[in-house]
Design a binder for this molecule. Structure first.
Ligand code: ZN
Ligand code: ZN
Length: 278
């Protein structure tokens, strides 16, 4: 079954990624309002009642703002570790499934594996989601790239990777010092330079991979800055480029589809708008 992934929103004002195959649809986070989620799902032909789960990365509001309302109204389980689920207020009377870090769970036809990231939340995770022929890895909201995150990224066909800020823009920008320190800290968010360094390693190893740069700061970054930083590093160090796109903040933006039969060939198609909706 071919995987299809849509970015419904990505950034510090809300995150929501749809991952599906022919028979299973999951959200990674539901950090925007229920109306926007339902509308965005409708645009790609997905009934919210058909969602098999909402995978929660951590309890910050830009990841859970619409989660409880979706879960309650459509009886969709929130999936996450116990510490994170406990931090979500109003989550009584909604279906939940506890999935601890480093355990795996089959949701519908998809295998879901959370892995630890480094962020100032109770027990933050990224997710690797696999069909029998492709893997999507989402790693955002992490202040450092651990060996584990690197290993997960190297196994991805589509990597959704945080590229939160330009280091100079953050340093010189308007945020108060404590916030700058938090963002740049080990439990904050990774910069364009850090994300690009991982992409350089992946490209150097010859891995054919699609990349979405995600969770961009509105104040301390821009899509052009994030993309240019990555492509410049790849080009100047290796004389190559990668299939890299930038997930936009407040609107549905990217769609990635594993082409039929492409897995065997190691080739994947890519579209940059929601045209692969239905
Ligand atoms: Zn976030
Ligand atoms: Zn966060």
């Amino acid at each position: 079954m071919a995987l299809v992934v849509n970015s419904l929103a990505s950034g510090s004002s809300g995150n929501c990624i749809l991952v599906r195959d022919d028979n299973t649809a999951l959200l990674i986070d539901a950090g925007i309002g229920i109306r926007r989620i339902v509308a965005a799902l409708g645009d790609v032909g997905v009934d919210p009642a058909d969602l098999s789960g909402i995978l929660i990365t951590h309890e910050h509001s830009d990841h859970i703002a619409g989660a409880v309302r979706i879960a309650r109204r459509y009886r969709v389980p929130l999936v996450g570790n116990a510490l994170t689920l406990q931090r979500i207020s109003d989550a009584e009377n909604v279906p939940t499934r506890v999935l601890d870090v480093d355990e795996e769970m089959t949701v519908g036809e998809l295998l879901v594996r959370p892995f630890p990231v480094s962020h100032d939340a109770a027990q933050p995770v990224g997710y690797a989601i696999s069909s029998n022929s492709a893997t999507v890895v989402s790693a955002t909201d992490t202040g450092i790239l651990t060996p584990r995150i690197r290993d997960e990224a190297a196994a991805a066909d589509l990597l959704i990777l945080e590229s939160n800020h330009d280091e100079e823009m953050l340093l010189k920008g308007p945020y108060p010092w404590y916030l700058k320190k938090r963002i740049a800290g080990e439990r904050g968010h990774i910069s364009n330079d850090t994300a690009s360094g991982l992409l350089l390693d992946l490209a150097d190893s010859g891995k054919l991979i699609s990349v979405w740069l995600a969770h961009l700061s509105k104040t301390n970054n821009s899509p052009k800055m994030a993309l240019t930083t990555a492509q410049y590093l790849l080009w100047s160090c290796l004389g190559t480029t990668m299939d890299i796109d930038v997930a936009l903040r407040d609107v549905p933006s990217l769609c990635w589809r594993q082409a039929d039969h492409a897995a065997q060939l190691g080739l994947f198609t890519h579209e940059s708008k929601l045209s692969c909706g239905v």
